[in-house]
Design a protein around this ligand. Sequence first.
Ligand code: PMP
Length: 307
Amino acid sequence: MDLSKHAYFEGKIVPLADAKINIATHGFLYGTAVFGGMRAYWNEEKKRLFVFRPYDHFRRLLHSARMMAMPVEYDEESLIQITLDLLKTDQWKQDIYFRPSFYKADLGIGVRLHDLRDELCIFVIPFEKYVKNDTNAHVTFSSWRRIDDNAIPARGKVAGAYANSALIKTDANRSGFDEALVLDQNGHVSEGSAMNIFMVRDGVVITPPVTDNVLEGITRRTIIELARKELNMEVVERSIDRTEVFVSEEIFMTGTAAQVTVVTKVDHRPVGAGVMGPVASKLRTLYDGVVRAQNPKYAHWNLEVPQ
Ligand code: PMP
């Protein structure tokens, strides 16, 4: 994988090769880290890179840190400034994805959250398509359950919780599926391994509420707003039953990495007509324009990287 030439590590921008942690680091041993997954898009017309919704992403990262008892001294603005400095250093002229993490940085054994030092690091990778078949994905219901808010908070991005996502993803892929839908402990559809889920039923856009053990997705929030404002559709946040998926008109999944990934088959049953539907298709086009800073109405979500 192509990685950035530089990273943010222990308070400064350094060559990536120097951004190394010790094997005895707490965050590595116990998954006691929280992270964000963010993108910046290249706008060819303006010849500039734009970060998508950085304030919202960093706000969620700080909330994840709070859940894991990390009293970090950064705020949204200081994290944005570090990001701009890092992206400027490597002069990116293409779509990229970057990963800020706060991790428990002390060395040694002893599982806990308190009395440990927290550090920030960020690295960057060029954009890659996350789900190969993003207009016709075939997904399965995972035999794994989504982690519960009372086990590891699902509303934030806790590194250790991604062992759950990894189990889900690998079993789905090894069985020949592109992704999986995951039920929570109550048997409701929560989300995918790393994306939120939407269903269109009787012309209404439906997505599980943030109290159903889902990550509070920034793309989810973006899509809810675009569906309401641009497609004039009703959007309802409510629990989704497993078999509702089989009788829905459309299913799509959203995430910073997955963008808007369309599901056309669930466990060998076609969704609706078995091809990408009109709502997902329109939202994909709208989303692409918005993230690329081509839609002035949503320019407040695009932060230009100075050159
Ligand atoms: N759910 C999970 C479990 C995820 O890891 C992600 C990716 N961050 C999402 C949903 C989508 O969230 P976002 O739109 O903020 O990227």
